[in-house]
Design a protein around this ligand. Sequence first.
Ligand code: ASP
Length: 309
Amino acid sequence: MTESPAKWTLVIHGGSGSMTRQRLSKAEDAGARAGLTAALAAGSAILREGGTAIDAVEAAVKVLEDDPHFNAGRGAVFSWEGVNELDAALMDGRTRAAGAVSSVTRTRHPIALARAVMEDGRHVLLSGPGADAFSKEIGCEQVDPAWFALPERRRQLDEIKAGGGFDSAMKYGTVGAVACDAQGHVAAATSTGGLTAKRWGRIGDSPLIGAGTYADDRACAVSCTGAGEVFIRAAAAHEIGARVRMAAEPVADAAAEVIAEIDEMGGMGGVIAVGPRGEGGWAFNTSGMYRGVAREGHDSIVAIYEDEG
Ligand code: ASP
């Protein structure tokens, strides 16, 4: 994507991976596009009315969390123990306020819980049973864990546990959104079930501020997807912002540079990034990334494969 200034911009992703036209069924392709379109509509409705970037990214991610096509909320992958443990984070570029949760099991919208952590303000990252308890205490919508659990995800877990051929590169289905609002403020949000068969309380990059999620009005907002361990080591989301802020790199170039770094480190994945003039886009080193963009005065675009959008 090229850098073209816009008053407001919303970029979303639904994960990167080895998606190709041959590998995705027509139904999977159409279902994912419909989900991305609905998420763009929810977020851009807010931005069009003059709403804030932070409200827009939360609204877009909530739609994707409810959509079983993506590995977040309903449709999240299973841990080794057969539990859906959800991670999410969001960050407001105006103040660099941030909130995050990891390994929550009963909150319908982990991104809303991350927002509540941010607004509560005492902490930035809550995890596990404590985060579940905080969620209940503050009245975040609770669901039975069965709400998240889908048979196809269970099958993928069983296949991995049996040492079978589940394609690990297909597993990245994390969702995220970055936005620039009409006031020129940016925000980022990311939500995920993490990796299939994750063990021992593993936490990926998504809920780690600076790794999978970052937003700073002085630079840009970033949400990542992919091999979380490598994104953590690269401090990927912060690194993109640092390149923009300190080396004056265009947002799209900084995103591409950091994906090149991830590639050199042996990681696969993608990022979306947007700056305070609506500049930016996406970069990925996989064959596909579920993604979409809505900008003031432009038609929305959704795309999956490398050669689109
Ligand atoms: N980055 C996520 C994680 O490592 C996975 C993904 O993007 O799907 O938890």
